[in-house]
Design a protein around this ligand. Structure first.
Ligand SMILES: *Cc1c(COP(=O)(O)O)cnc(C)c1O
Length: 378
């Protein structure tokens, strides 16, 4: 009997084809497996250099990185943070957990990123940060955001979790704004299984981020605390994998782009689909994931299409569900009567195809065959 689970093409498979096993072995042999280990510092230094940043603080995951970014900027009750409606909940949750209010901006229907022309209208005297999130591998148009941020004196938090290896006008994503956040979850372009990072250039911000990561232990006297932090430390085991992944980043980014452009070529003539935007004048997508949006004349929701593709052996994931339609935030009285139509449409009609680094051309052809079969059957 065929095992459907085995035949299903997974939405992501990471590629651990460099020094990962060797570096992990060094951790085991040396006994350095917790956060106190040489790989943590090597990985942080390597990432800081990669991202053109003075400081890097490794953390337990990307959600933790966002928590630390918001807390490092001392954002709290009474403050507002502008962020896209279409993003992962970690962004809005970091703001809400800090006691502050997320203020949403709709997406751009072409780039799928936050519509930067709508940011200024969301600024109020309470705005304490603009959180930009590069979505699916194409950069946000940063120059207008940087101009606004400096005109109003508002810091930028950059969520570059999906943008490791991506550049905007030749500058690496992860280098923009007061503080940048990365995730190294298994589907990210550098993975440590679970992991994340905070990057910045400011010495005081760096010291605060480091302290918040480690329970705000006082440097003078351990076990006396003047503030509450988290244990968000990254282990040496994770950093060992991360360093090996960083060594492969250029090669892996090329491969991601190959996969993305190949999907674009093989799907461009399929009616009824909007395909992942490949580039804008300011940057070429690294296709962190390859997304599709069903055009409005297609009589299926994204979830219905995904169910059909699953029957054809193709695993997919829906796009993010918009923040203003999250039951958890509605229950808190947030976003009542707010509408962000582009983000709503993306949440209902968008999903992404298997896009991991280990995807072979043969598997990709099967994915394309399934998408064609579905669309031609309608
Ligand atoms: C993955 C991701 C995160 C969260 O990272 P975790 O490591 O899963 O906590 C945050 N922001 C964006 C844009 C992401 O894609």
């Amino acid at each position: 009997m065929m095992d459907r689970g085995l035949r299903m093409i997974p939405v992501n498979e990471p590629l651990l084809d460099g020094n990962e096993a060797r570096y992990l072995g060094e951790c085991i042999v040396s006994g350095w497996i917790s956060a106190d280990g040489a790989f943590v510092e090597k990985f942080e230094n390597g990432m800081a250099e990669q991202m053109n940043r003075r400081y890097a603080v490794s953390v337990a995951n990307g959600t933790a990185a966002l928590d630390i970014a918001v807390a490092s900027l001392k954002i709290g009750p009474g403050d507002e943070v502008i962020l896209p409606a279409h993003t992962i909940i970690s962004c809005a949750a970091a703001v809400v957990k800090a006691g502050a209010k997320p203020v949403l901006v709709d997406s751009d229907p072409v780039t799928w990123n936050m519509d930067v022309t709508k940011i200024e209208g969301a600024i109020t005297p309470r705005t304490r940060a603009i959180m930009v999130v590069h979505i699916f591998g194409l950069p946000v148009d940063m120059d207008p955001v940087i101009e606004l941020a400096s005109r109003y004196g508002i810091p930028i938090i950059e969520d570059a979790a999906q943008a490791i290896g991506l550049t905007y006008k030749g500058r690496p994503c992860g280098s923009f704004g007061a503080i940048s956040c990365l995730s190294f979850y298994s589907n990210k372009n550098i993975t440590t299984g679970e992991g994340g990072m905070v990057l910045c250039n400011d010495e005081a911000l760096h010291a605060r981020a480091k302290s918040l990561r480690n329970l705000c232990f006082m440097p003078k006297r351990r076990f006396i605390h003047e503030e509450l932090g988290w244990n968000y430390r990254m282990s040496n085991l994770q950093a060992a994998v991360g360093l090996a992944q960083l060594e492969s980043l250029t090669r892996h980014t090329l491969r991601k782009r190959q996969i993305g452009h190949r999907y674009g070529r093989l799907l461009h003539d399929v009616a009824g689909l909007e395909l992942s935007p490949p580039s804008e004048p300011y940057g070429e997508s690294i296709f962190w994931v390859y997304g599709l949006i069903l055009k409005d004349d297609i009589p299926l929701s994204g979830d219905e299409a995904r169910a059909h593709l699953a029957e054809l052996g193709v695993d997919t994931r829906p796009f993010f569900w918009p923040m203003h339609e999250q039951p958890v935030f509605r229950k808190m009285g947030l976003f009542t009567d707010e509408r962000y139509p582009i983000a709503e449409r993306m949440g209902r009609r968008g999903f992404y195809l298997p896009s991991g680094l280990a995807l072979t051309d043969e598997k990709q052809d099967r994915v394309v065959g399934a998408v064609r079969q579905l669309m031609e059957s309608l």
